[in-house]
Design a protein around this ligand. Structure first.
Ligand SMILES: [Zn+2]
Length: 236
């Protein structure tokens, strides 16, 4: 038996709000870990059916958009190597109005079932959209409720966390992942979310030009600020 056979399977559970959160915010990191054999489960609270972008020129309507976005998300998951995809079937733009306790209980049950080493979600204040903040708050509460052994991190936008002091954090609260080798997968995932990205001309430029628009790093905030800092370039 070699070491690979003996190594326990590492697992990551990502709990986000909309189809495309996974690709647009941390697609490089998800592609990196799936390529290293990490088993990734993605939970999308909604199907993104209230999205303002309906294709360019528009070809979707409120009836057809949910199925289209689900299909696009499944394609993006393939690009990123995400093996399990679950929906909570909450209506888009209403996550903040769902019963917090039952939402927390549902996510806690998922944490029990998946038993992840790493949980990713939104920061409940820095999420940037009410659905993001609400799913982040419930996932954080679920993580605490289960007293789970793994680590919880918050996803963040672009390179904002190059200056964590602006948000009340310090450098040692930030995990910075080099995703340079996984930007092609990230671009493929952006393109999979076609109805959302068609209007962004840069996404459809020749690959090398489009890839040049991505940053080299993706940034994550530690939930447990007291946890000992071993490395700041890896979530596991
Ligand atoms: Zn979103």
């Amino acid at each position: 038996m070699n070491n690979i056979d003996k190594a326990p399977l590492k697992k990551l559970l990502a709990v986000f709000a909309h189809p495309d959160d996974e690709s647009f915010i941390c697609g490089g990191t998800l592609a990196k870990y799936s390529s290293e054999g990490v088993d990734i489960t993605l939970v999308s609270a909604t199907r993104g059916e209230m999205g303002r972008r309906m294709g360019n020129p528009p070809y979707l309507n409120r009836e057809s958009i949910a199925a289209a976005r689900e299909m696009e998300l499944r394609q993006a998951c393939e690009s990123l190597g995400i093996r399990q995809l679950l929906f909570l079937d909450i209506r888009d733009k209403t996550v903040e109005f769902t019963d917090e306790d039952s939402l927390t209980a549902r996510i806690a049950a998922l944490i029990h079932e998946v038993d992840p080493d790493v949980v990713l979600t939104f920061h409940e204040k820095l999420g940037g959209h009410p659905d993001h903040c609400a799913i982040g708050k419930a996932t954080t509460a679920a993580f605490q409720r289960t007293a789970h052994q793994g680590a919880l991190y918050f996803i963040t936008f672009g390179d904002a966390m190059e200056r964590p002091e602006r948000y009340g954090y310090s450098r040692k609260d930030v995990i910075k992942i080099d995703v340079h080798a996984h930007l092609e997968a990230k671009l493929a995932a952006f393109r999979a979310h076609r109805c959302q990205t068609e209007i962004d001309e840069w996404v459809w430029l020749p690959d090398q030009e489009a890839l040049a628009r991505f940053g080299r790093y993706e940034y994550f905030l530690k939930w447990d600020r007291e946890a000992p800092v071993l490395v700041l370039d890896d979530l596991f």
